[in-house]
Design a protein around this ligand. Structure first.
Ligand code: ADP
Ligand code: MG
Length: 697
């Protein structure tokens, strides 16, 4: 039997391989680059490239590719083969340090939000040595950042790395103040839980909406939905089990720590969670995971749907971003410590997150804004579009005690130790986790649950890292100049609690009463849609903060805003066109055919028995005829609104029209078509219904 440990990471040029394949000197130099960001000189790059190439060829690769994450949301790669012509006419396999370090893909069709117009037409990719190269199929993939020649980021990795550096910089200032002399840097760890649907490929192929948009644009709930909760952690179907088994093996080969696979709440919905790892690698791994899920599903006659809302009336799919910060000496900064001093440090980092989430609610919401995710957030589904933090009862009580200068007398296990003023010693929170909270503290990490299933986790972590870096900067500025550190610390923690407690909420996050309280009493933001929230990325406070930490330039932010809103418009337009095509070419003809059948039946009955009433046929013919007229009329309305929207020049105005006008017409059209579906005989309906899709075998 093949052991997992024999093939785990077998397709990754990781530390183990580097050690084995590089000379001691080259390995040490490369390590310095990876750990400390020291520039690599070309001779080292040449040696690394040569070793990488030999290893890749040994493992079946013939090509190499700079692998990057442009702003389209998926990953991009351009394959070059290793072959090179030798002077004597033979070919040799060649890969130079220069080719490893930099590439120049023809970037002109990647979105740049106008960036390239002002700079160079081409972009370049630059090797990111902090994420390991790996083999996919016959290609050695080299993780890279993607920039314009002016240095503007055209991808998600560049700002992600910048945000990690910003958080590191500020966290180190705080750690110094607490006397952590041995710590050299902090690292950010993320474990993203990934939800997805699987559907049968033959059924999928019969639905244009799934093919073109990734979600169903028509369809009514079958008699059974998710009400029994019998799918959650239920027995896994054999075909799905085979898929999961192969998926795990493929991920393991790539060094991805896929750990748990289970069924989710909705029928046909599943989840995969890896063991957490460093943020940069976690981001690359999540992109790879989504890609491999789709490939492996295909092999099993399935299709993996990563859309946030493939089915109306059934839970959508999200992604949970479990996030923590730890020192290079292995201390998790969100773990309450053993001494009051450590607890004070923990409380300060906790407060930094509370302040960050409250001050930058908008940026966190923006970081998950897509047309697909709008169907979950703010649409009576967990989590809501309103941000709040769940801390659990115990921690909430502690903060409450600090706020009011009261000693803490909570649960029995808590011991009071007044080392740093009133900051008590306490053990880890054990309250039940609140599943409805968008941002939950879960013992030693925060779990952000607003991400859509297809999102790159880069966007969220860029904003989270930056916002927390900003809180820490403010704290460090004050503490570094404080006359009495302990008093200043206590006052600052207390002030944070007072100023930001409105963001703390332990109750049910999708209760309507909460949304009302959150927005009307607490003044929290509730941006329900992408066009509503996205422009706020350019609010002065946001631009200032992101620029101060050197995460984004203003031009980069403008370009991103354009691109995301542009994608939103394109997505809705594609959905609208797909609906038009399906209504006109599939649904209306199908209803007509059924009407004809009904009419013929009635006529034949009458020819046998002249005075037979044929009430059933007559009524149905009448209702369905009315519906066909409404559907036909509504397709006209939808088309008109879509054309009007597409003619609008400004991208924000166009996005508003898409959201307010086009989506509304789509909803109406769907209503009429879905009503017809309930009346037309199943065998006349032109594509598989929800029951078929959700309860396949
Ligand atoms: P849930 O109860 O939400 O399903 P788990 O406790 O199983 O969650 O963990 C979910 C994810 O959180 C996993 O990917 C796990 O590796 C990750 N995780 C655990 N500890 C940490 C940590 N300290 N930092 C970041 N992620 C973590
Ligand atoms: Mg979770």
């Amino acid at each position: 039997m093949v052991k997992i440990s024999d093939y785990f990471g077998s397709l990754v040029f990781d530390d183990r391989v580097m050690k084995a394949k590089l000379s001691e000197e080259i390995y040490m130099k490369l390590k310095k680059t990876i750990d400390e960001g020291v520039r690599l000189d070309l001779s080292v790059a040449n040696a690394v490239a040569s070793a990488m190439k030999d290893w890749a060829i040994e493992n079946g690769a013939t090509h190499f590719s700079h692998w990057f994450q442009p702003l389209t949301g998926i990953t991009a790669e351009k394959h070059d083969s290793f072959i090179s012509a030798a002077p004597d006419g033979r070919v040799i396999m060649d890969f130079s340090g220069k080719e490893l370090i930099m590439g120049e893909p023809d970037a002109s069709s990647f979105p740049s939000g106008g960036l390239r117009a002002t700079f160079e037409a081409r972009g370049y990719t630059a090797w990111d040595p902090t994420s390991y190269a790996f083999i996919k199929g016959d290609t050695l993939c080299i993780p890279t950042a993607f920039c314009s020649f002016g240095g503007e980021a055209l991808d998600k990795k560049t700002p992600l790395l910048r945000s990690m550096e910003a958080l590191n910089r500020q966290a180190m200032r705080i750690l110094k103040l607490f006397g952590n002399e041995k710590v050299k840097c902090v690292k950010i760890f993320v474990g993203p839980e990934q939800e997805y649907f699987l559907v049968d490929r033959e059924l999928y192929n019969k639905r244009k909406d799934l093919i073109f948009t990734g979600r169903t644009l028509f369809g009514t709930m079958p008699p059974k939905g998710q009400e029994m909760d019998d799918h959650y952690f239920g027995a896994i179907k054999p075909r799905v089990a085979a898929f999961m088994k192969e998926l795990d093996a493929e991920l393991w080969k790539l060094g991805i720590l896929a750990k748990t696979e289970h069924n989710e709440v909705a029928p046909a919905q599943h989840e995969l969670a890896p063991i957490y790892t460093g943020l940069n690698i976690a981001t690359d791994h999540n992109q790879l995971t989504m890609e491999i899920m789709q490939k492996v599903a295909y092999k099993h006659g399935l299709v993996c749907l990563l859309h946030e809302k493939p089915f109306d009336g059934v839970n959508g799919s999200g992604k949970h971003n479990n996030w923590s910060i730890a020192t290079d000496t292995g201390v998790n900064l969100f773990s309450p410590g053993d001494t009051p001093y450590e607890n004070a440090q923990f409380l300060l980092f906790l407060c930094a997150v509370i302040k960050a989430v409250d001050d930058y609610q908008d940026l966190l919401r923006i970081s998950v804004a897509t047309a697909g995710n709008d169907h979950r957030l703010g649409a009576n589904e967990a989590p809501p579009a309103v941000l709040s933090i769940f801390l659990g009862d115990e921690l909430t009580e502690i903060l409450d005690a600090i706020e009011n200068d009261r000693p803490y007398t909570g649960a029995e296990k808590t011991k009071m130790r007044l080392g740093v003023h009133v900051l008590p010693k306490f053990t880890r929170d054990t309250t039940d986790r609140n599943r409805t909270s968008p941002f939950a503290f879960t013992g030693n990490k925060f779990e952000f649950r607003m991400l859509g299933s297809s999102d790159s986790i880069a966007c969220t972590n860029i904003m989270l890292n930056s916002a927390v870096a900003e809180s820490l900067r403010i704290y460090a500025d004050r503490l570094e100049n404080a006359e009495d550190f302990e008093t200043a610390l206590h006052n600052m923690i207390q002030k944070t609690i007072k100023d930001h407690k409105r963001i703390l909420f332990n109750g049910n996050g999708y209760d309507d009463a909460w949304i009302k309280e959150a927005t009307e009493v607490r003044g929290l933001l509730n941006y329900r849609t992408t066009p509503e929230c996205l422009p706020h990325i350019l609010d002065k406070k946001n631009v200032d903060m992101l620029m101060a930490h050197r995460v984004y330039s203003e031009v980069e932010l403008r370009s991103r805003c354009e691109i995301i809103l542009g994608n939103y418009c394109k997505t809705i337009a594609i959905e609208a066109r797909t609906m038009l095509e399906m209504s006109r070419k599939e649904i209306l003809p199908a209803i007509e055919e059924y009407l004809l059948k009904l009419a013929r039946t009635a006529n034949e009955k009458k020819s046998l028995i002249p005075d037979v009433p044929c009430e059933y046929e007559t009524k149905l013919i009448k209702k369905l005829s009315e519906l066909t007229d409404k559907i036909e009329e509504e397709t006209g309305e939808l088309e008109a609104e879509m054309k009007k929207a597409l003619a609008i020049n400004g991208v924000k105005e166009q996005a508003d029209a898409m959201q307010q006008k086009v989506l509304a017409e789509m909803q109406k059209l769907r209503g009429f078509c879905d009503e017809a579906e309930t009346m037309v005989a199943e065998k006349y309906w032109p594509f598989p219904n929800y029951g078929d899709l959700l309860f396949y075998n």
